[in-house]
Design a protein around this ligand. Structure first.
Ligand SMILES: *[C@@H]1O[C@H](CO)[C@@H](O)[C@H](O)[C@H]1NC(C)=O
Ligand SMILES: *[C@@H]1O[C@H](CO)[C@@H](O)[C@H](O)[C@H]1NC(C)=O
Ligand SMILES: *[C@@H]1O[C@H](CO)[C@@H](O)[C@H](O)[C@H]1NC(C)=O
Ligand SMILES: *[C@@H]1O[C@H](CO)[C@@H](O)[C@H](O)[C@H]1NC(C)=O
Ligand SMILES: *[C@@H]1O[C@H](CO)[C@@H](O)[C@H](O)[C@H]1NC(C)=O
Ligand SMILES: *[C@@H]1O[C@H](CO)[C@@H](O)[C@H](O)[C@H]1NC(C)=O
Ligand SMILES: *[C@@H]1O[C@H](CO)[C@@H](O)[C@H](O)[C@H]1NC(C)=O
Ligand SMILES: *[C@@H]1O[C@H](CO)[C@@H](O)[C@H](O)[C@H]1NC(C)=O
Ligand SMILES: *[C@@H]1O[C@H](CO)[C@@H](O)[C@H](O)[C@H]1NC(C)=O
Ligand SMILES: *[C@@H]1O[C@H](CO)[C@@H](O)[C@H](O)[C@H]1NC(C)=O
Length: 766
């Protein structure tokens, strides 16, 4: 009854879309059985063989979780002792193995998004996968393509690569290939609309937020990277905590049966996000596995088969999908360790299971370097000569005081211990800055375990020893005094984000004040920001004494060493922003997470009325000038773009008016080839990331549809960049036909160094 009192107000607040349109997701039954198509065929044949020998109880047993006393895996499935099937260990997450010893802290996904490097992303995924395998983890709970970053305050945005679905899609696909080639099951998460932490789950009688997404927006934006992941064979997908059109993600038959398993033909298994809302009928809706315990499955699932609520064939399909994933990545092999073998309580006696692989060191360092983005440089960098005196300021310059075995280490809160004090689901307000030391990862599930952290100050000091530099430091004062003979002053600040809570804002007064205080006294002030998301710079970016600014993201364990290489010009900046850095918070089409509209409201509604007008798509449409646009990043050299060649295939025009299925081969066929030449016209070697944007008629002015990172080009050296555009790249989603289609019209091709630094323009008439 109280619900009614806020309805009119709510209806008023959601502008274009009528909330009643989003009543509930339609029911889509029955759940389609996996077909075992393509790469899956052999795995399915073997899985069918093994599952045919299992009883109903055994089949149901592997669809649920158990606590296994001997390991600290985030989840363990049941086993089938009679057939010697050992069960699966599942563990966090997409940035490295969390909360254990003898593993690597890889650069976080957002950092790798800033590298725009497919090959690097693949190898990061491969070596990370090998570490999970060495620890006996069967299922790696990543990568992340949701949240994409609808709101820049999103607590988990840093767990994904980019707010742009094309860039995110390319990099989740490379990660999945890497993980699965290493022998572990990848989990593409979270399906879908998991775009905020505020009301992410039902807490204290309030429902989880409902992401009300129309079908066109779903396909052209949020589902896009999931298509890429399913296309390369992700063996698992995780359904999300939130509701979509008022139906919980893990109960949503339209999404799991309809979109994922029918439209995308997904042959792997759908896994529940830990303790997410579901019921026994979720199995009919397409859910294949519950975690971390039995949830509504277990004996309820076998009872439901007995009483006819769930068909026995559904439970067989659930088991086949799980076992097929196990075969797909080769876990039946004798060389796969026993599940959870290296996942032990580190304070209790345990063997040293060293998962680190010496060959991965170069990738970890290369990745740490590649995600740094230089956004301002008034000739301050690289250092021209060995500096005689450097001054270092800011809480983020040094190592946190503890990286031991406790909850701070497990949750990635070593620099923000206050975050560990609060229970999930309770309202909390944290300092935006993690003032307890440098950050190399964000918080909770996506955190990873560093063996060491090279922090900025100690890396600078080591270099000082070698080069005879005098170093001053004051990491605690808000208004430090400055040695006036300093060649340069480096100020280190950060912005933390964590699963569980959205961010409070995009800049904080303490950090901005510190920067301004140093800049007032030092005419060569260099700002370095470690950040788990978008961090605004408006309070000081135009200050004349601020000569350089580096967005250093979350570099992982090699943070300080990577930075020093960049400062001294031994490594080169090539990173570019995988999001738009605005001048003001209000410039983002969606800024705040959605919430309750009145004190009695128990039903938070998030209407995605902005459609695909997110980040640069929106800035371009509304002609809002950002501080630093999507795709922007400086280099130590300059590049010239020339010789644009555009070669549309006849099939592109021939296909106008046709309808293409999401996973049909035709949608993924190359229908245009584009090339250009990039020449290093500057004084030093460098690497360029060339970006291709397409103007699709009736859509935002530009949408990313290609990118290529050149090899390291010496001065005057050229290289050709190639882009192969598929039918999907030209298509829009036709809601009525439930298929992709290409419109007639004039498609502009923009090739440039960023979304606003366009160097070559061409067009394709279709
Ligand atoms: C959500 O509702 C919108 C509006 O009716 C519809 O276009 C879309 O297909 C629905 N999606 C799901 C997953 O229910
Ligand atoms: C179910 O899995 C558990 C945990 O691995 C195991 O102890 C039990 O024996 C299994 N039950 C059956 C019926 O195989
Ligand atoms: C891809 O990365 C690997 C590992 O760093 C490297 O050996 C290989 O040369 C790279 N390939 C290309 C084409 O850059
Ligand atoms: C459970 O799933 C079946 C489809 O197998 C459906 O017909 C039924 O309506 C569902 N029950 C509930 C309560 O949603
Ligand atoms: C299933 O339902 C019963 C109540 O009927 C409950 O006691 C049991 O623990 C439930 N869960 C599992 C995993 O069997
Ligand atoms: C069948 O069993 C399930 C699991 O115990 C239960 O949730 C459901 O209500 C039962 N349905 C009928 C019709 O008895
Ligand atoms: C590890 O064991 C200690 C007791 O030795 C216990 O306090 C702690 O909760 C355990 N940690 C985990 C992750 O199980
Ligand atoms: C820049 O730094 C110098 C000290 O080197 C200081 O005198 C000057 O006031 C500063 N400029 C501004 C605008 O703060
Ligand atoms: C954005 O604008 C508001 C209102 O003018 C202002 O209070 C706020 O400080 C601005 N944000 C930034 C990052 O400058
Ligand atoms: C298509 O657009 C290009 C510029 O992007 C323009 O030069 C060309 O004339 C246009 N063609 C038509 C048929 O409008």
């Amino acid at each position: 009854m109280r619900l009614l009192s806020f309805l009119p107000l709510h209806a008023l607040l959601c502008s274009a879309a009528n909330a009643s349109e989003y009543a509930n997701s339609p029911l889509v039954y029955p759940s389609p059985a996996g077909k075992g198509a393509g790469v899956w065929s052999d795995a399915y044949a073997r899985a069918r063989g093994l599952v045919s020998q299992m009883t109903l109880e055994e089949r149901a047993n592997i669809t649920r979780g158990f606590t296994v006393p001997g390991n600290t895996c985030a989840g363990n499935t049941g086993s089938v002792p009679r057939l010697d099937w050992p069960g699966l260990c599942l563990h966090d997450a997409g940035n490295g193995v969390r909360a254990t010893d003898l593993v690597t802290s890889f650069p976080s996904a957002l950092h790798i998004g800033a590298s725009w490097d497919r090959n690097l992303t693949y190898h990061r995924g491969l070596y990370m996968g090998k570490e999970f395998k060495a620890k006996g983890v069967n299922v790696l709970l990543g990568p992340n393509a949701g949240p994409l970053g609808r709101t820049p305050l999103g607590g988990r945005n840093w767990e994904g690569f980019s707010v742009d679905p094309y860039l995110a899609g390319q990099l989740v696909a490379e990660s999945i290939l890497g993980h699965q080639n290493a022998g572990v099951i990848a989990t593409l998460k979270h399906l879908i609309g998991n775009e905020q932490e505020t009301y992410r789950r039902p807490y204290f009688g309030v429902e989880a937020a409902s992401s009300n997404i129309d079908d066109k927006t779903l396909h052209e934006f949020y589902l896009w990277p999931f298509m890429d992941g399913v296309k390369v064979g992700t063996a698992s997908v995780m359904c999300s905590y939130n509701r979509i059109n008022n139906t919980y993600g893990c109960m949503n038959s339209k999404l799991m049966n309809g979109v994922l398993k029918t439209e995308l033909g997904f042959d792997g298994f759908v896994m529940l996000d830990w303790n997410a809302q579901h019921d026994v009928n979720s199995s009919n809706s397409g859910l294949d596995m519950v975690m971390p315990l039995g949830g509504s499955f277990g004996t309820n699932l076998t009872d439901a088969v007995e009483n006819g609520t769930v068909d026995a064939s559904r439970v067989e399909d659930m088991a086949i999908r799980i076992i097929a994933a196990w075969y797909l990545v080769g876990q039946d092999s004798k060389n796969f360790p026993f599940p959870g073998i290296g996942m032990k309580n580190v304070t209790e006696p345990h063997d040293q299971v060293d998962a680190r692989i010496p060959e991965s060191r170069d990738i970890v360092m290369e990745g740490a370097i590649a995600g740094h983005v230089l956004v301002k440089n008034n000739n301050a960098l690289p250092f021209k000569k060995n500096p005689v005196m450097l001054s270092v300021f800011g809480y983020d310059a040094t190592i946190p005081a503890t990286k031991n075995t406790d909850v701070l280490f497990e949750l990635g809160y070593t620099s923000s211990p206050e975050m560990a004090q609060v229970a999930l689901g309770t309202e909390a307000h944290f300092d935006q800055a993690a003032r307890g030391g440098t950050i190399v990862t964000g918080g909770r599930a996506g955190a990873n375990g560093p063996g060491y952290i090279t922090d900025p100050l100690s890396s600078i000091q080591q270099r000082a020893r070698a080069g005879g530099t005098w170093v001053n430091w004051d990491l605690t004062s808000f208004d430090p005094s400055v040695n006036a003979a300093s060649d340069a002053c480096l100020v280190f600040i950060n912005a933390i984000a964590t699963e569980g809570w959205d961010r409070e804002g995009l800049h904080d007064d303490f950090s901005d004040g510190l920067i301004l205080n140093v800049a007032a006294k030092c005419s060569n002030t260099i700002v370095v920001i470690h950040t788990a998301g978008i961090r605004l710079v408006e309070q000081w970016i135009e200050h004349p004494n601020i000569t350089a600014t580096i967005i250093a993201h979350l570099p992982g364990q090699d943070s300080g060493e990577a930075l020093v290489k960049l400062l001294y010009g031994e490594a080169r900046f090539s990173g570019k922003l995988p999001y738009t850095l605005a001048r003001n918070e209000s410039d983002y089409s969606v800024y705040r997470p959605c919430g309750l509209v009145s004190p009695s409201d128990k039903d938070p509604q998030c209407d995605y009325t902005e459609g695909i007008s997110i980040d640069y798509r929106d800035f371009d449409t509304k002609n809002v000038t950002p501080r630093f646009e999507f795709g922007f990043g400086l280099s130590y050299t300059t590049f010239e773009y020339s010789s644009l060649s555009i070669e549309p295939h006849q099939e592109l025009s021939d296909g106008v008016g046709e309808r293409y299925a999401s996973m049909g081969d035709e949608l993924w066929e190359t229908v245009a080839k584009i090339e250009a030449q990039i020449t290093n016209t500057g004084p030093v070697a460098g690497t360029e990331i060339a970006q291709l944007y397409l103007r699709v008629p009736n859509r935002p002015p530009k949408q990313l549809r290609g990118f290529e990172k050149t090899s390291l080009l010496a001065p005057k050296e050229s290289s050709t960049v190639h882009f192969e555009l598929t039918r999907r790249d030209f298509s829009i989603w036709d809601v009525v036909a439930q298929a992709w289609t290409i419109q007639t019209g004039n498609y502009t091709v923009w090739l440039g160094a960023s979304s606003r630094d366009i160097r070559l323009i061409g067009n394709i008439e279709v």
